[in-house]
Design a protein around this ligand. Structure first.
Ligand SMILES: Nc1nc2c(ncn2[C@@H]2O[C@H](COP(=O)(O)OP(=O)(O)OP(=O)(O)O)[C@@H](O)[C@H]2O)c(=O)[nH]1
Ligand SMILES: [Mg+2]
Ligand SMILES: [Zn+2]
Length: 358
């Protein structure tokens, strides 16, 4: 395989970072899949396997590990005969993170350096507007463009009604209804894909992500699986994140289904971004927004070159999102309380009227 780096998504943002690395003799490559620490990497001259250098692992201790879509500098050109070693992780332009499963609070990279994310949701029992809304919020926070793809339109009764529901819950978002089975709506999706552009697919298991990748590829390369008829849930067929190159150019990133997208809560964010959050107590004002307040330790670290400004911005954006979603949840709970209270009052009045013999 011989490819232009631009076909793999290399862009001026990355070129800007490469200027200081070009003289090191390192080789540029993009992570195409991640299997528990063994990374498949694609370079201009070929593809092969790669692993993290001990030093890079150490340097990334407080951050997310590299993920699919990331650009890295490896010690020699990837090829079939050797495992190359990642020495540097290039800064990402966009990153879709997911709260790590279990208790470990390190966030996981679902997709790095993607231009758009297809939020795939089936028009069967899988359909859930609130879930789509959460995904869209997360994609927006990642810096990529969200595109809602309502799949299995062949199974739906009221497609325009469903599209309307999604548009109302996520104003301004692009929504497409498609049927991979009938080959309907694929052309509209192709408009979001172009040489050098990367589009990730996210959504719950069984939503039809891999089926859609195959339809756009024009061949059955990805494994797909049946859903349980009782509730439309998939059986977690796709097991790892995988980049694929489309014949006409453009890259798709297929991901395993996530039933519930764990929104990183504030505490989780503080751990995942402890290099930023750890500085906050040193700000002069306890409610410092790290804007133009005097005595801001976070901005100080950015100005001193110790902290990446983009990373700070991402942290603040995600924290706003976590706070907003907590406020929404609190409001929902208090409305539910109000309703319960209203029911109790109505019952009390009924009892009083009964006693009075009304
Ligand atoms: N009727 C209908 N079924 C579809 C369509 N697209 C996908 N399916 C079916 O949905 C099931 C699940 O599809 P997959 O592509 O494996 O779903 P996935 O999102 O990749 O699931 P995971 O890999 O588990 O995350 C399969 O049985 C597909 O045939 C469609 O357009 N119409
Ligand atoms: Mg799949
Ligand atoms: Zn501050």
């Amino acid at each position: 395989m011989s490819l232009e780096l631009s076909d793999l998504g290399w862009n001026p943002f990355l070129e800007g970072q490469w200027e200081r690395l070009a003289a090191t003799g390192l080789v540029r490559a993009r992570i195409a899949s991640d299997r528990r620490g063994a990374y498949e990497v694609w370079g201009a001259e070929g593809t092969g396997w790669s692993k993290l250098s001990g030093r890079l692992r150490h340097d990334l201790a407080a951050r997310e590990l590299p993920g699919v879509g990331d650009w890295v500098a490896v010690d020699s050109a990837p090829g079939p005969d050797q495992t190359v070693v990642m020495q540097q992780l290039l800064e990402r332009r966009t990153v879709f993170l997911r709260g790590a499963a279990g208790r470990a609070a390190r966030a996981q990279v679902v997709a790095a350096n993607v231009d758009a994310v297809f939020v795939v949701c089936g028009l069967d029992e899988d359909f859930n507007v609130r879930r789509i809304e959460r995904y869209v919020a997360r994609v927006r926070a990642s810096g990529a463009q969200p595109v809602v793809v309502l799949s299995k339109a062949d199974l739906a009764e009221d497609v325009p009604g469903r599209i309307g529901e999604v548009e109302a819950s996520a104003p301004g978002v692009i929504v497409h209804a498609i049927s991979a089975r009938r080959g309907e709506g694929l052309l509209e999706l192709r408009a979001h894909i172009a040489p050098g552009r990367t589009v990730a697919l996210v959504g719950s298991s069984g939503a039809g992500k891999s089926t859609l990748v195959n339809a756009l590829l024009g061949e059955e390369r990805m494994a797909t699986g049946e859903v349980r008829p009782s509730d439309g849930r998939g059986t977690h067929v796709t097991s790892h994140r995988q980049l694929v190159l489309l014949p006409g150019g453009g890259l798709l990133l297929d991901t395993p289904g996530m039933r519930e997208l764990q929104i990183l809560d504030e505490a989780g964010l503080d751990v995942a971004f402890d290099d930023v959050a750890g500085l906050e107590p040193a700000c002069r004002f306890s409610d410092c927004a790290h804007g133009d307040e005097p005595g801001c330790a976070v901005r100080g670290a950015v100005e001193a070159g110790e902290l990446d400004g983009e990373r700070v911005a991402r942290f603040l954006k995600l924290r706003d999102e976590a706070r907003a979603s907590k406020r929404r949840l609190d409001a929902q709970l208090s409305r539910a309380d109000d309703r319960a209270w209203g029911r109790r009052m109505a019952e009390a009045h009924r009892q009083i009227r009964k006693k009075r013999g009304e």
